[in-house]
Design a protein around this ligand. Sequence first.
Ligand code: BG6
Length: 469
Amino acid sequence: MTEQTKKFPEGFLWGGAVAANQVEGAYNVGGKGLSTADVSPNGVMYPFDESMESLNLYHEGIDFYHRYKEDIALFAEMGFKAFRTSIAWTRIFPNGDETEPNEEGLEFYDRLFDELLKYNIEPVVTISHYEMPLGLIKKYGGWKNRKVIDCYEHYAKTVFTRYKEKVKYWMTFNEINMVLHAPFTGGGLVFEEGENKLNAMYQAAHHLFVASALAVKAGHDIIPDAKIGCMIAATTTYPMTPKPEDVLAAMENERRTLFFSDVQARGAYPGYMKRFFKENGITIEMAEGDEDILKENTVDYIGFSYYMSMVASTSPEDLAKTEGNLLGGVKNPYLESSEWGWQIDPKGIRITLNTLYDRYQKPLFIVENGLGAVDVVEEDGSIQDDYRINYLRDHLKEVREAIADGVDLIGYTSWGPIDLVSASTAEMKKRYGYIYVDRDNEGKGTLSRTRKKSFYWYKKVIETNGESL
Ligand code: BG6
């Protein structure tokens, strides 16, 4: 196959992705309640500081709440076809369990989606991205409690009904598998002393599955032409050696993630998880009818984030550690790492796309990919982020290969098209954007926006539908 015959499909959704809590700021404006992010000064790995005394960059974010028009105009200038963001649950239901939604919150997203549609940018909406109302944690213990399913279903129905004419692409939960790795942010879980954490996390996962399936059902009823997807953090894992034990360990590591998409895309708990539960003394409480709900309401597409690959080894001497988005792992000697220690593996995105497509035969959507790096503003005010361009180009070349392999791919929304507050470490210094935002880790800066070199590169990529990479 020649380079010329490898193409991105017509209508491919090029764009960028953010999350409400990492950009909007205005954490106490417009009737918004407190969410997990508002009390997580150090990012998703840490439990909360309800006193709110520490500096918390999420509170102001990049002030997208007030500057979204200016930012969307820049996305439009790059030619975005799609923009992924989330709705802050606490703008709609400040405590999470109210019956009536907060009209001011609903109006904000009306304005935001209208602004996108004005430029023919397709909104792609995550219903819950790493923030849940603090009220639901205090009152019910987060996703440990079945009651939260009702609150989420009510929230999902509210936003489907309100935005049914504006939003067709939805995702139920961001990186749903992270409930196992960042239980506070992924599931609002705070453990009691002596509690069986593993059991609590899998019980929360079950509630997330049922809630997600009920949202898929409601979404299809309310918006017949909606596409509702799941979203996992891909954890493609290589064996350190061809030793069968390492190969098995790699498979098991992948299954800890694929379990989530298996349930959401195939509609049932896989046999390997039933075995895992039995061997680890885990009991999942299910209500009558749960299994039918899961079976009858599978997702339309698989959304996923991809930043790196992982390695599994059964030899203790291999355990040189590396960092990752909430997941560390064994170091791969063949890969370079980012400044934050995340291993850079463009081929891994092709492998991931093929694995997921072979397994589910459903459309895929890359809804996050990108490089977090320190940027330097030159004396002339420019930002020469060639390292970011290289990362994205190398990955997109492999995406194009995967499409040539036969993978059905809806689109590509790179993470953080505009600099934002990072999730795992809650800092501004780790930048992903094509657009620079003047704000530092101390919260100082004018918040002004500047086009980086990558801005012009990505514009060209979109203009040529990926022919010029
Ligand atoms: C994903 C999350 O895990 O990775 C995003 O969905 C997050 O919310 C992104 O921002 C990058 O991670 P970080 O920690 O660099 O912000």
